[in-house]
Ligand binder design. Structure first.
Ligand SMILES: O=C1O[C@H]([C@@H](O)CO)C(O)=C1O
Length: 492
């Protein structure tokens, strides 16, 4: 089926948590409109940029720009009556420009924790904390809680997206277990959980049975985990027909797991493996292994994040254009570092020498080769602290071969890799003081980002770039020649 969709991207005043804020919207909505499509449909999306001074682009998160013939016509390995979407977000009242200035000043100012958590674009800020010039109104219908309507006895597929820019979020539905059946577009060997940890950029489907007493509603509860929460719990209402969708459950919301229980989250990550009937077996061995030390660092006094002591900065001319048009001077010609000194590096302490360098050299991958990346976490510059990082790869799905705590040991840990039924994903968590190993095939011609999906961390340099088969990319349209030196190539 062919669908034509029109999107207008513009600023509007929105009050998703009762506090009015200028927000970037699609057709006036945040989160934007839902597209309902069947696998195989063709979507033509005509987007207009109604922002006054900014460029914009849309990243098709989790939708591979590759022909995936093996997915044709397959049936889902689970049953449900209806589906519902749950878009989970964290929300700040300060403008992103102020945040950027704070992050990139010598007088570093962290973005802090979110003001609110939103479920389907709705949250609740405590308006008594708002300033005299702020607009904050708890009776605004825009911020009345989201209701998830269910019929007693029916089974639902909840499609969950964590679109937060920072937070790892724990979702719990009071009195109901969830069965995880899908992650990042791949079917999962079903696992029953009381609550679900999701990391920025991830998507899941869970099956929920409306099998509790229909005499009342139940809480849908969202909590920050992995960072010390300073944000009130986000809530929505699981609304059993025929109760009023605004009727609050009779008790307090459940409190969720402890925010700093890393083992709990690590163990849940390990439970997510491929559904037995949908296994795509990974190649047995990689052609190349890249080991990436994730560390907080300093460059000339500025706080940064770096990979193998290189903090990434974006070149002003896009790589794809630079490579196709031989503008090779616009980024570092050298190779990005393949590894770090893992024998002597102490991951448990703040680094004695936190200095790093800026760079934007790339990893050139042989087309068609199998590449392993091992992400190694370490202590930040703060003593006894290590953070969670959701790593997101553009242009590919990867196999998740394993997770561990402590320092990755290539001799021992590679033997424990799951080569039998690993899940494929596009976003994966690196847990505090832990490591995560992934494998992918460099089979999608182009230039692809691999970065921490925490927006502030990407901004502070936490990313790398892969190139493969760029010579196979066809002619670039002159309409994309907008940034840096590519402007000179634009046909009038
Ligand atoms: O990048 C970060 O900076 C702060 C803190 O480490 C320094 O203020 C924080 O929590 C981050 O995730």
């Amino acid at each position: 089926k062919l669908q034509h969709i029109k999107w207008e991207i513009r600023y509007s005043n929105r009050s998703p948590d009762c506090f009015t804020k200028l927000s970037i919207t699609i057709n006036g909505l945040t989160p934007g409109p839902t597209i309902t499509a069947t696998e195989g449909d063709t979507l033509v999306i005509f987007a207009t940029n109604g922002l006054f001074t900014e460029n914009t682009s849309i990243h098709w998160h989790g939708i591979l720009s590759l022909a995936s013939g093996w997915d044709e016509g397959t049936r889902e390995p689970f049953e449900y009556d209806e589906e519902r979407s749950l878009v989970l977000n964290d929300w700040w009242h300060r403008r992103t420009y102020e945040q950027e200035i704070g992050l990139s000043s010598l007088n570093f100012n962290w973005i802090g924790e979110p003001d609110s958590l939103l479920i389907n674009g709705r949250g609740r800020y405590n308006c008594s904390l708002a300033g005299p010039l702020d607009a904050c109104n708890v009776t605004n219908p825009e911020c009345s809680p989201a209701a998830l309507a269910v019929m007693p006895g029916k089974t639902y597929r909840l499609r969950i997206a964590n679109v937060a820019s920072l937070s790892a979020l724990n979702l719990e539905i009071e009195g109901h277990n969830m069965t995880i059946v899908e992650a990042d577009g791949h079917y999962v060997k079903p696992v029953v959980v009381k609550n679900l940890n999701t990391y920025s950029g991830e998507t899941y489907s869970v099956i929920l049975k409306a099998e509790q007493s229909p005499s009342r509603n139940y809480w849908v509860v969202l909590n920050v985990v992995g960072r010390k929460p300073r944000t009130p719990t986000g809530t929505a209402i699981l609304n059993y027909y025929p109760n009023n969708p605004l009727q609050q459950p009779p008790n307090d919301p459940p409190s969720g797991p402890l925010w700093d229980d890393t083992m709990y989250r690590l163990n849940q990550s390990k439970l997510i493996v491929s559904h037995p009937e949908y296994i795509q077996t990974p190649p047995r061995v990689p052609h190349r292994t890249i080991l990436l030390l994730n560390s907080q660092s300093r460059i000339d006094g500025y706080l940064k994040w770096s990979l193998n002591n290189v903090s990434y900065f974006f070149p002003t001319t896009p790589y794809l254009i630079a490579m196709k048009k031989r503008l090779l001077h616009v980024f570092d010609p050298g190779h990005a570092p393949e590894s770090y000194d893992y024998k002597s590096h102490d991951i448990w302490s703040a680094p004695k020498n936190p200095n790093a360098t800026l760079g934007n050299g790339i990893y050139r991958l042989e087309f068609g080769s199998t590449v392993d990346v091992v992400l190694q976490n370490t202590n930040t510059l703060t003593p006894n602290n290590s953070e969670t990082h959701p790593w997101h790869l553009h242009g590919h799905d990867f196999w998740v071969l394993g997770y561990g705590l402590g320092k990755f040991d290539p001799e021992v840990d590679t033997r424990e890799y799951n080569l039998v039924d690993p899940i494929m994903k596009n976003t994966v968590a690196l847990h505090p003081y832990g490591w995560t190993a992934i494998r992918f095939q460099a089979n999608n011609p182009g230039v692809w980002a691999f970065h921490c999906h925490i927006e502030a961390h990407t901004f502070m340099g936490m990313g790398v770039v892969f190139e493969e088969g760029v010579e196979k990319v066809g002619k670039l349209p002159s309409s994309i020649m907008d940034c840096g030196e590519s402007k000179l190539l634009r046909k009038p």
